[in-house]
Design a protein around this ligand. Sequence first.
Ligand SMILES: *Cc1c(COP(=O)(O)O)cnc(C)c1O
Length: 408
Amino acid sequence: MSEQRGAPEWRLETSLVHAGERAAAPRATPTATPIYTATAYLYPSMAELDAAFATGEGYLYTRYGNPTVAALEAAVASAEAARGAVAYGSGMAALHAALLAAATPRGETTSRPGRILAARDLYGSTTVLLDEFFMARGARVAYADLCDPDAAAAAIAEFQPEVVLLEQISNPLLRVADVATIAAHCRSVGARLVVDSTIATPVLQRPLALGADLVVHSATKYLAGHGDTAGGVVAARTGLLHATLVRQARLLGATLGPFEAQQILRGIKTLALRVERQCSSAARVATFLAGHPAVARVHYPGLPGHPQHALAVAAFGGRFGALVSFELAEGGAAVGRFADRLRLFLPATTLGDLYSLVSVPAMASHRELSPDQRAERGITDGLVRLSVGIEAPEDLLADLEQALGESG
Ligand SMILES: *Cc1c(COP(=O)(O)O)cnc(C)c1O
């Protein structure tokens, strides 16, 4: 529009609706991305609007693209060394989108239910998504221990999947996968590798550089980081997969809103600082727990006894993540009392916040699994998962000490 609409002869009701809106964008660039709430965009003429539709360039309608969401997508694409990224309303929407895109044959627009090989150790809802949603649509789903290199190679060769899905680092037992080796196995059978990197974050590892095809984040966790925003992001290694994600997101509509996008973009600015601090505090927590008589077993990739410790040392540049899981010596009976006695760790069903958190996977994240499925995955009733926050590590250790001391 060459000049602002708003004729002085308009009646009050009309001016109330239009006055002040649609000023030209300021010539000076704001230092931080504004929150663009507009659902649609204006062009100077119908011819230019038509051209925007024809080329797909420029903003038209918020589900097709929004400048605030695009800023977040650019930040994640940069963090993951991706060709592009697409943001969604939650981590589960992002996982759904990643699996659909990965199952879309090259050159086609719709996904085909195919063969999905998934890691046995997955976020609880992800297992349910595969079993209830993808299987019902005709996909064949198999599970294997993808943190065991021999088992991973055998399962990929035998099952000949179209899509392989794993979590780096796995939840809640914090196992580590060899992404580069699995990506090579995937290439040899033409499978696409999807890595849920919510827990590792790009601070520890960038899976696309190791040959993964798509990286998924529940942005609700470390990317946003402040326990106040839900979202998800998928980053793609190739332009083709990015284009598939964009097309399917427009159609399925699980896109992220601009307010959430701004909060997550803001969170990402301190991601490295938070994660470094959280990892170093988690290492102290793990060492403390490993030496405590009330603790039977600690799961933490930074401890020498962890089954993939050597791989984690080589892969993560000296950090091992900010989650620590452990089993109380007294088992499930002592879990409630221990968690109730904690004063600083919050008993909330999430992870990755700047607050320290405690959860009981059998009660929370893995509740929807059957007792058999939990047993198969090594998730005992006495398993406790800590998500270490940015507080002073001394205060965290003191809180654990008092809660464990009295739980005996
Ligand atoms: C939380 C989480 C999800 C799901 O994300 P939402 O934002 O809750 O939908 C998926 N994967 C992992 C590893 C998670 O921790």
